[in-house]
Write a protein that binds this ligand. Structure first.
Ligand code: HEM
Length: 143
């Protein structure tokens, strides 16, 4: 079980490395994401996109360490949850985020296959799970 998990983290890291080694990965991701709906596009109007792309790159690099349980990274993900809560971003938007991201990985990673997809799902679902947990806590605290 643990072995399987480690393999998945390694598969995720290598896929991320291949996909982001090519120029344009994050440009394509935000193109795919904003193409999901007008509502998503509106979130990104007047944002500093180069900075956002760099930050997302850092976060994805950290994601495998988070999935591994490395201390401290959970706090960073919780902070991200709060940032997104303030922007009033909801669960359904995260479904679109995941969809757009996996579509971009499929476009950029020439070794993309079912195993690669499973590894991304494992890592991304853990990150999104922690973000949701933070959103729920914030919602509960508001009442
Ligand atoms: C697991 C999923 C997601 C991750 C890992 C992620 C990651 C990030 C990161 C690292 C930042 C920069 C935060 C900072 O400045 O410190 C950010 C900002 C932002 N995210 Fe996300 N995000 C996710 C989902 C979403 C979704 C679903 C939306 C919906 C539209 C969204 C919209 C935004 C917007 C609008 C900002 C800009 C905030 C600003 O300019 O101040 N994100 N995100």
């Amino acid at each position: 079980m643990l072995r399987l998990q480690l393999d998945n983290l390694e598969i995720f890291r290598q896929s991320l490395q291949r996909a982001t080694a090519k120029p344009g990965f994050y440009d394509s991701f935000y193109d795919n994401f904003t193409a999901e709906s007008e509502e998503i596009a509106a979130f990104f109007r007047n944002r500093d996109m180069p900075q956002l792309k760099a930050k997302l790159n850092n976060t994805l690099k950290m994601a495998a360490e988070f999935a591994e349980g490395k201390p401290g990274i959970g706090l960073y993900i919780e902070m991200l949850g709060r940032t997104h809560r303030r922007l009033n971003i909801q669960r359904r938007h995260f479904t679109m985020w995941e969809h757009a991201l996996l579509e971009t990985v499929r476009e950029y990673d020439e070794e993309y296959d079912k195993q690669v997809l499973a590894a991304w799902l494992l890592v991304i679902d853990m990150v999104i799970g922690r973000i949701f947990a933070t959103l729920d806590e914030v919602e509960k605290a508001a009442y």
